[in-house]
Design a protein around this ligand. Structure first.
Ligand SMILES: [Zn+2]
Length: 423
């Protein structure tokens, strides 16, 4: 553990691969340890460590200052992993950066007259169980009991989850504070906190402390993402915000400035209604599309809107399966739709004779829209029944020609959601 930052680093990262600087580092580490300000400690037992060199193999490694054999890093297997995690976590809490953060938060809360019962490292006893936690700083704001925890490099997921459950039961609010938060240096544990807090992260640093003390109001730097129309996230937005501007929600253990989930839901429902409008417009246009001059330009504008909704459709009208779509609309409307025939059964015959690859989906639609009986009664009596029987026989002999033509499947699924799943 880096004593200054509290970060847990891999040995090879600290040692590097430059021999000269490693020899110098070794001297610095030893000197600092002798002066009782060790640069590195064992992450588990917190005993200062120094760099050893294996003379024969020129290998470098860390060793405890006092090697009494008590450290679980040496006596492997005697401590369960969660106990090792807890020790590493508690050790990191004594890092210089963490002590600084705690002091800053307490100072800011005290400067803002609206917080009461401000306490540092005070036990929070569970009301109903023997459980307790010791939040870094606790305070009451507007009747809500808030536990402020500094997010450390080593806050393990089971620590995060355990605390969240505890404060939820207590009716309190767990509020995580970061020393820094950005896109490049985000750690897995930071994400655990961030994504479970409506994608808002709060940072306290020297600059926010200065503002808080000057204005006697608790300010934090907030980083958040905005959901985008295509379903992904924006880059981080940032703003210095006051604690009293935040939405505090103990029921979901969230505190946020920008309501990411709310905006995402709004986008989704806007998308759903835009989809419904577009579906109706395409359907209306399909019936009359040959009465206008250019199907191509009309389709081009539909395609642009469909693609905006995330649907992969071609821009070229000639590339869509117009025959198949016409057949399905015809089944839906119980008449030839957007094509020059008189009765639905004529559509059925043209599919069965000229385009067997459309028959399975067409008949699926005929059954779904309940057109089987009325369609069979159209035209020459018995003709369709005979034709269909013949198709079934052909299908039994060779299924290949009946394999559904899927080139516009995504578009068809969008235009006819009721027919899903297509056979
Ligand atoms: Zn140790």
């Amino acid at each position: 553990m880096d004593t200054d930052s509290g970060d847990h680093l891999r040995t090879e990262v600290v040692l590097g691969n430059d021999f000269a600087s490693l020899v110098q580092l070794r001297m610095d580490v030893q000197t600092a340890m002798n002066e009782e300000r060790p640069l590195y400690r064992c992450a588990i037992c917190m005993v200062p460590v120094y760099i050893c060199r294996n003379m024969t193999q020129t290998r470098f490694f860390f060793r405890h200052r006092g090697e009494d054999g008590n450290c679980p890093a040496i006596t492997r297997g005697e401590l369960p992993q969660d106990e090792i995690d807890a020790r590493r976590y508690n050790g990191a809490k004594e890092s210089r950066q963490h002590l600084q953060m705690k002091a800053w938060v307490a100072e800011c809360l005290a400067a803002d007259g609206r917080f009461s019962d401000i306490q540092t490292e005070k036990r929070w006893n569970g009301a109903f169980t023997g459980e307790w936690r010791k939040p870094d700083v606790r305070a009451t704001f507007n009747g809500i009991h808030v536990a402020f925890e500094i997010q450390l490099s080593t806050t393990f997921l089971n620590v995060i989850v355990g605390r969240r459950q505890f404060y939820l039961k207590e009716g309190g609010l767990l509020f995580w504070i970061f020393a820094s938060f950005d896109n490049e240096h985000r750690r897995m544990t930071d994400e655990d906190v961030y994504y479970n807090n409506n994608q808002n992260a709060f940072i306290v640093n020297a600059s926010t402390v200065k503002t808080s003390l000057e204005q006697e109001r608790f300010f934090l730097d907030c980083a958040w993402s905005v959901p985008t129309v295509d379903g992904s996230n924006s880059a981080l937005h940032r703003k210095v915000v006051a604690f009293d501007e935040l939405t505090l929600d103990p029921a979901t253990q969230r505190a946020f400035y920008f309501d990411y989930d709310g905006h995402r839901d709004g986008l989704r429902s806007a998308k759903v209604s835009e989809a419904a409008v577009l579906r109706d417009e395409v359907e209306a246009w399909w019936d009359v599309r040959y009465e206008t001059d250019s199907q191509h330009s009309a389709w081009l504008s539909f395609a642009a809107r469909l693609r905006k909704l995330g649907l992969e459709v071609p821009y070229g009208y000639n590339e869509i399966d117009a025959f198949g779509i016409s057949a399905l609309y015809s089944a839906k409307h119980n008449r030839p739709y957007g094509q020059g025939k008189k009765r639905l059964v004529e559509v059925a015959h043209s599919v069965a004779t000229g385009s067997k690859g459309h028959l399975i989906w067409f008949m699926h639609a005929v059954r779904y829209y309940d057109r089987e009986a009325s369609m069979a009664a159209e035209g020459t009596p018995g003709a369709w029944a005979k034709k269909y029987k013949q198709c079934r026989q052909e299908y039994l002999n060779d299924m290949e020609p009946f394999t559904p033509i899927r080139k516009s499947q995504a578009l068809i699924e969008f235009l006819f959601p009721e027919l899903s799943p297509l056979p």
